[in-house]
Design a protein around this ligand. Structure first.
Ligand code: PMP
Length: 379
């Protein structure tokens, strides 16, 4: 099987599963209980959190473990803005966010917040448009680092500097597709709120994290016990947390080495695909000059005359797995917002497949994929 859907999820590392199993065998006690065994579990969670902070170079932050990035994004955005409800406040996001950000903004619009959706006609936001959108009433700017469909990379350093210079707004970023994949051009400490999830970086599913400034006040999404400062109550799964710290520690250190390898695969793939007249590559500009603007881990292509679903199934019959749009949207069959923002073509946004690479892929695998795609195009 050739897996080309690494953006949807990744296979957990063996070391991560081993840690998870060991934790479940030996340290399965409720970390909130009062006996010694529980205190040990609690200390292992604290150690894991410190390890995540050290890995990402963070200081003066709090970490809240969630069920994944969807919950962390909701918690960040709703949690931060809800105290400002009915005050005619303004919030900013982009038209290419993952649904777990975009749909929250649509909800907040209905709740009375003024919302600006920044355009991404070139894949990434336009800084002039952001500057014009910022007002004294802007309380939150949420802009993703790396897009999960078209792979565009937002200029985070410039965004952070601009927002800080021109407003009092807090900055949130969905870092899911950037962490352990792209070398950041910014300091994570400069974000007020950030979302990560572990199943995309060879960790386990069912756990993500929201990391925020220590002094930042949020409303909880759920009410319950005293766990996690009452902001995200419920019994913590120490096994998942410790396994997650392991996954990020291992892969963050390999960001550059993996990037360089995947970039070679990506250039090879783009060069071959650019010759196929039956598809369009969903990127704008001269491909050779786009390093640094697009992630080599994600490539979206649109078929001129083939349905994405037909292509996906044909590839699957040939043992190749690719995505149609976001894995989270596969059932809803919606036109993909990111591809539409870039191409302004409903047809392209509908007939789109996403090829996403991982450092486990090889040139031989890509050759086989290219051969099968050619076969499909010849049909
Ligand atoms: N944000 C981005 C950019 C994503 O790619 C995804 C996963 N498709 C999510 C958020 C949601 O992550 P999770 O599955 O952990 O809820």
């Amino acid at each position: 099987m050739i897996y080309l859907d690494w953006t949807a999820t990744s296979k957990p590392l063996k070391e991560v599963v081993e840690v998870y199993n060991k934790m479940n065998e030996e340290y399965w006690y409720n970390p909130s209980s009062m006996y010694k065994n529980a205190a040990i579990v609690k200390s292992l969670i604290d150690r894991a959190s410190q390890s995540i902070f050290a890995t990402l170079g963070l200081h003066d932050k709090s970490i809240y473990y969630t069920s994944g990035a969807t919950e962390a994004n909701n918690m960040a955005i709703q949690g931060f803005v809800m105290p400002y409800k009915n005050q005619n406040k303004h919030i900013i996001t982009t038209e290419i966010e993952h649904a777990s950000v975009y749909n929250v903004f649509e909800f907040l619009e209905k709740e009375g917040f003024r919302v600006t959706y920044l355009k991404c006609e070139n894949g990434m936001i336009d800084l002039d448009e952001l500057e014009k959108a910022l007002t004294k009433d802007t309380i939150l700017v949420s802009i993703m680092w790396v897009n999960n469909i078209i792979g565009s990379i937002n200029p985070m350093k410039k965004i952070i500097d601009l927002v800080k210079a021109k407003s009092h707004a807090k900055i949130h970023s969905d870092l899911v597709q950037g962490i352990c994949k792209i070398q950041p051009d910014f300091d994570f400490n400069d974000l007020d709120l950030m979302t990560i999830t572990f199943h995309k970086i060879e960790g386990l599913k069912g756990i993500g994290a929201l990391i925020i400034n220590k002094n930042l006040q949020l409303n909880p999404l759920f009410y319950g016990g005293h766990q996690q400062n009452q902001l995200r109550p419920g019994t913590n799964d120490a096994s998942l947390i410790v396994a997650s710290a392991k996954a990020i520690r291992i892969n963050f250190a390999k960001t550059i080495i993996h990037y360089q390898y995947v970039q070679k695969l990506y250039h090879y793939l783009v060069e071959k695909l650019a010759k196929f007249s039956f598809i369009d590559i969903n990127k704008k500009g001269d491909y050779d000059l786009l390093d640094g603007y697009y992630s080599p881990y994600v490539l979206s292509i649109s078929f001129k005359n083939i349905k994405a679903e037909t292509a996906m199934h044909f590839l699957e019959e040939n043992d190749i797995l690719v995505g149609i749009g976001s894995a989270c949207n596969e059932k809803t069959k919606m036109v993909d917002r990111s591809v539409y923002a870039l191409t302004k073509s409903e047809t392209k946004a509908y007939h789109m497949i996403r090829i996403s690479l991982g450092y486990h892929n090889t040139i031989q695998e890509l050759d086989y994929f290219i051969e099968k795609l050619q076969e499909l195009g010849n049909k």
